[in-house]
Design a protein around this ligand. Structure first.
Ligand SMILES: [Zn+2]
Length: 343
């Protein structure tokens, strides 16, 4: 990647995969540290594997040295140091039929966990405390919601939700829920409750890690929310993914808006869609007003033009923090299909 320097100079937080760094951590840091305000490294990716030594998660052994050296070095230089963690997007754990989320027709989704799994919240909390043992300032939490409105129809979700809408678990269908606006509203509220409960567990683990490590500034947990025209921008995202923006503000105080994850092209400034997008970002004002953080994020930003486009949008939406990755997630097509394809 030749334009690391230019990207860093734009005060952009780049979330790097270990493979993006083709030199030692020491060489990387000594080359770029003077331009770097912050740096991100993937802690746990959507494969479920982690890049640091872990007692509970499967480990990519070849990456652990780079991970440890990088966060130690950047921390020492007072560079804001960030690790990412995919949560329900966990291909390793989701192979287990006890955990993966299920479509209305009963199809298992072996790339994503049902957010109604207390045992998995405990697993996530363990990962947060393992990450929190490293000298990092922030965790970017990806994949924190449901796949879409049509999820989840696993046995546990059926058994819990069906009685609240006077239905037998086995006979609960997506049509049954959506044809009654009250049931549909209950569905949204119930799912958002699960998402928030999971976040509370992770936030508690972050606070416990502060105590254990004596961290001066609390470890920040920033939660990804997907915002796409295909899923109704921010308002539609609440119902689709189970987000409760005020809940996230209360629980962790920091949100990452993943812009247009399913639609590759951002609208042109001044167009009707552009204005709709800016309007749908108004909810972030509440974050800033109450001392929280809102960041704009995009997958696969590789050119300065793409970056300037993102920053221009941020100016119009009064958002000042930007994050990117150089690539799309490896399981992107599966995820996109399950989020906006035919289910
Ligand atoms: Zn479920």
């Amino acid at each position: 990647m030749s334009n690391f320097r230019e990207f860093f100079m734009q005060k952009l937080l780049i979330l790097l995969k270990p493979g993006d760094i083709d030199m030692s951590a020491k060489d990387f840091v000594s080359t770029y540290a003077s331009y770097m305000e912050s740096i991100g490294i993937v802690g746990k990716g959507p494969t479920g594997y982690v890049n640091f030594p872990s007692k509970i998660a499967p480990v990519q052994e070849q990456n652990t040295q780079l991970f440890q050296e990088l966060v130690d070095l950047t921390h020492t230089l007072d560079i804001h140091t960030v690790a990412s963690m995919d949560f329900y997007t966990d291909g390793w754990f989701a192979r287990d039929p006890k955990y993966h989320t299920v479509s209305p027709r009963g199809e298992p989704m072996p790339h994503q966990i049902c957010p109604n799994r207390e045992e998995f919240w405990a697993y996530g909390a363990e990962i947060v405390s393992e990450l929190g043992a490293f000298p990092i300032d922030e965790i970017l939490l990806f994949g924190a919601g449901f796949i879409r409105d049509h999820f989840c129809f696993c046995d546990r979700c059926r058994n819990e939700f069906a009685p609240t809408v006077d239905q037998e678990p086995a006979r609960l269908t997506y049509e049954y829920i959506t044809e009654n606006p009250d049931y549909h509203a209950k569905w949204h509220e119930w799912r958002a409750g699960k998402v928030n409960e999971g976040l509370r567990r992770l936030q508690a683990a972050a606070r416990a890690s502060d105590e254990k490590t004596g961290r001066e500034t609390p470890l920040k947990l920033s939660v990804e929310v997907l915002l796409d025209p295909e899923t109704g921008f921010s308002e539609g995202g609440k119902g689709q993914y189970g987000y409760d923006y005020n809940g996230i503000l209360d629980i962790t105080g920091s949100v990452i808006i993943n812009l247009y994850p399913w639609s590759p092209i951002l609208p042109t400034s001044g167009s009707a869609e552009y204005n709709e997008l800016i309007e749908s970002l108004y909810f972030t004002n509440e974050f800033t007003r109450r001392g929280g953080t809102a960041s704009l994020f995009r997958w696969g930003v590789v050119s300065m033009e793409q970056l300037q486009e993102l920053k221009a949008l941020g100016r119009d939406a009064s958002i000042e923090r930007f994050m990117t990755t150089f690539s799309y997630p490896a399981d992107y097509s599966t995820r996109r299909e399950s989020a906006i394809g035919n289910y």
